[in-house]
Design a protein around this ligand. Structure first.
Ligand code: CTP
Ligand code: ZN
Length: 154
């Protein structure tokens, strides 16, 4: 089956955002980044391991009525560096962009080190520098390599 045929499994949306070309297996983490657990009531479609010409297999996440913040796109890029963000209005793709790996992620992740200044109840925003191996806390140098989504601020 071609990509187009299989995509019929996940229907087109009227207004919202399609996150396409997500690394296969990362769709559920993408939902965590977006803070989506289904309780908000908007339609959400997830395709997993959909055949893709470019990636072999990919995940796709379609969310009605939602546009992403730059912070969300930045964290997304860490899990899904090849993702394409498509903004849909009235069934048309009105904007398409690739995610870019940011140099830093500010105020989105929590530091796993309980002794870090950012966990001391001080008004200090978290700040992680993005490196090839993961993200590193600017204050205590703790590195988060995997399971970045476990460290998203509630
Ligand atoms: N899409 C959607 N609802 C719409 C329009 C598009 O869900 N009303 C989805 C398509 O299924 C596809 C993505 O948004 O997953 C991008 O659409 P489009 O640009 O038309 O597809 P391609 O040209 O295949 O995209 P690309 O070149 O980025 O691979
Ligand atoms: Zn820290």
């Amino acid at each position: 089956m071609t990509e187009k045929e299989t995509e019929l499994r996940v229907s087109k949306i009227e207004n919202g955002t399609v996150i396409d070309h997500v690394t296969a297996g990362e769709a559920l983490r993408v939902l965590v980044i977006l803070g989506i657990d289904g309780s908000e009531g908007q339609p959400v479609s997830v395709g997993m391991n959909v055949p893709s010409d470019r990636l072999g297999r990919k995940d796709v996440v379609k969310v009605e009525g939602m546009e992403l913040s730059q912070e969300e796109v930045d964290v997304l890029s860490l899990l899904a560096p090849d993702a394409t963000i498509n903004i849909i209005r009235n069934y048309e793709v009105i904007e398409k962009s690739r995610v870019d790996r940011p140099e830093s992620v500010v105020g989105v992740l929590t530091c796993p080190n309980t002794n870090c200044i950012t966990n001391a109840g001080e008004p200090v925003e978290t700040y992680f520098t993005v490196t090839d191996g993961g993200v590193q806390c600017r204050y205590c140098e703790t590195i988060i390599r995997e399971d970045i989504t476990d460290h998203i601020e509630p």
